[in-house]
Design a protein around this ligand. Structure first.
Ligand SMILES: [Zn+2]
Length: 322
């Protein structure tokens, strides 16, 4: 098996679901009325991935809002702030840690199990990593970034164990904040190690937006089986460094830029895959988009994924790869 295809996690929500979520936020729609629409959107995304014959599926996170507040809402000791201004006129909500963190029950397992019932293909379990949860939260309780990251790690480990018990063979722990403070990379490794300790599932960390140059020496130290990297948005500029300092684990290599409306051509994506194959072994190399696709429209995301899969298939055929 080589050049397996997958995606990073989130897919865009169809307009009927975006509308229903807004109604729910205003109190005009109950949770019980929202859920069937989340299920419908999830079913549609699973069917799309199966039709394309993507190898490792995701549920598309149709029931999640923000990747950090989704977990915050489901933990004891954690609340969610009102809208906070980030930059320009963008507002978002932040987790607020007000007490000792604890997990009253499984957070993602119910959706994972429900979605698993729709497909025979491997389905990723998806967690937001402890370092990112810490970095994106207001801390009113722990008073130490390390203690807070490790407290998140402890509850996320419980969640990972529950996913594994439910049957998840692949568990992804997203750390988009990985390179937020390059003096804390040892803490990233330590906290991630708490989450993945003792798991038999394949573990993945996705990261993006980073100063990868400073992070690079840590890729081999991250306690996961696979790293999932944004590569295309930066023009594949890390490839040279990977050739000099080989990666001793699997890589999911982003061949689709998620920040642009423009749909890549098959030839463009094929060239990116060919360049990746100059550095990585086919069995070590997974093909996916740079990041989650939730910021694109459904049509853009689907068009981009079609090109990704077609380019991967063409590369495999040309090289006689299974
Ligand atoms: Zn990302």
């Amino acid at each position: 098996m080589s050049l397996l295809t997958t995606t990073v996690g989130s897919f865009p929500k169809p307009p009927y679901l975006t509308k229903a979520r807004a109604q729910h936020a205003r109190g005009d729609l109950t949770h019980d009325q929202l859920r069937p629409l989340e299920e419908r959107a999830t079913k549609e995304w699973i069917a799309f991935q199966e039709d394309l014959r993507i190898d490792i599926l995701v549920d598309g996170e149709q029931y999640r809002g923000d990747m950090a507040t989704y977990f915050a809402e489901n933990l004891d000791g954690c609340e969610v702030s009102g809208l906070v201004r980030s930059y320009g006129n963008r507002y978002y909500k932040k987790p607020v840690v007000v007490g000792e963190l604890a997990r009253p029950g499984a957070i993602t397992v119910d959706w994972w199990r429900w979605t698993r019932g729709l497909t025979e293909k491997p389905l990723k379990g998806m967690l937001t990593g402890p370092y990112t949860m810490m970095d994106w939260s207001f801390d009113e309780h722990y008073g130490s970034r390390e203690e807070l990251a490790l407290a998140f790690a402890k509850v996320l480990h419980q969640e990972a164990r529950d996913l594994e018990r439910a049957g998840a063979k692949v568990i992804q722990v997203d750390e988009p904040a990985l390179s937020a403070r390059t003096d804390e990379l040892d803490l990233v490794v330590k906290a991630l190690g708490v989450v993945t300790r003792g798991l038999s599932a394949k573990t993945i960390t996705h990261t993006c937006y980073g100063n990868y140059d400073r992070v690079f020496p840590y890729f081999n130290k991250l306690p996961v089986d696979q790293i999932d990297l944004e590569m295309s948005n930066s023009g594949l500029d890390l490839l040279g460094r990977f050739r000099r300092e080989p990666l001793k684990k699997e890589i999911a290599f982003g061949v689709i830029d998620v920040h642009t409306h423009v749909v890549e051509t098959e030839a463009q994506v094929r060239e990116r895959i060919e360049r990746a194959l100059e550095t990585f072994e086919p069995a070590q190399l997974y093909i996916d988009p740079d990041c989650g696709l939730k910021t694109r429209t459904v049509e853009e995301a689907q068009a981009k994924l079609r090109v990704m899969v077609a380019a991967t298939r063409a590369t495999k055929d040309a090289r006689g790869l299974e």
